[in-house]
Design a protein around this ligand. Sequence first.
Ligand code: XMP
Length: 419
Amino acid sequence: MKQDTIVVIDLGSARTTELAREIRALGVYTELHAHDLTAEQVAAIPNVRGFVLAMGPRRAYEGQELEPSEAILGAGVPMLTVDDAADARPDLDAFVAKTGAARNWSMEAFIADQVEAIRAQVGDGKVLLALSGGVDSSVVAALLIRAIGRQLTCVHVNHGLLRQGEPEQVVRVFREELGANLVYVDATDRFLGKLAGVADPEQKRKVIGAEFIRVFEEEARKLEGIAFLAQGTIYPDIIESGTKTAKAVKSHHNVGGLPPDLNFALVEPLKMLFKDEVRACGLALGLPEGMVYRQPFPGPGLGVRCLGAITRDRLEAVRASDAILREEFEAAGLRGKVWQYFTLIPDVRSVGVREGARAFEWPCVIRAVNTVDAMTATVERLPWPLMERLADRITHEVPGVNRVLFDLTPKPVGTIEWE
Ligand code: XMP
């Protein structure tokens, strides 16, 4: 990257990510590095203009040498020591001015840079991408389409556990609007076949993950001459609370389990972006807002919201109730204000009355939560009329559902998902 860089060094602070983001918001590109970074690592970072030493009380560093020496950081590069324990907030703007770093970190500059970098890496080679329709893979797709057009092949595997309208949106946006080379695979029957009778949540995740890799691999083998695999890895995936610890490839979306004979080189153009920057990048590339601001959605999809062994009728009840919930949240102006909201259908029935007759049907549970990091969560206080409307619509419009319940449990004790 051509930008000037300010390096934030994690010396036990709990605010390293925040600091790195705040400096980027001032227009200067930042990188986060661990307390034990070496002179060679520093030399590999382009255009280092300054260091922020982010001190804090984190126990992991007790008894260790914390301050990197001038021999490592280089003499004369401006440095700012920030301590979590200090009362005053650091004046980052003044520090940025002191470093003389060019304030040229912008999405337009990032996109232009990456387009060039992708073209340089890929040449006239072909690239494959598993396009889930989630924010990260969608933005990678849009960026690669901008850079290399139809040298990219996107594979969208519909495992039958997506929300209503999602596979159709992926096809419409990428194939029809952006002109992508998109392979759409409806593997619903395969997935539901494998999942038949599987009731344990972790087993369900394993089945879905393994089958996803199998389907993706089959599609990859049908294509010829693919040399690169693109992934939607983002910065939080490779930093762990601001340290250098690299995490294993996350969940099944990143297709970490492809066999070694499919020997692809990786293309990861978003790996230095924070989530909000990924969204800004998507918008700048023309992706629809609904796709860019999509709420978090688990890899196993509605599969972990159709509790216990998945059946088609209950799965359809999850999908239909989820669609109503999203519609009503949108109408109430809550889209984008509540972090995650969804419905789930447990595998139990209760007695009700429908048109004068006994109706032995499922309940639908509604969960709406807010969180910063998904480690803890609080429950959104929904307006009573909205709750009544949801109860009314779901019991009348979703076949097989005769009750609506609201889950008021924070995390902990409850997790966000039920499975
Ligand atoms: P929990 O239920 O653990 O969820 O409180 C925390 C966040 O993670 C999402 N989640 C998943 N995401 N694969 C994913 O990609 C999964 O298997 C999975 N399980 C939970 C969940 O939706 C929430 O946002």
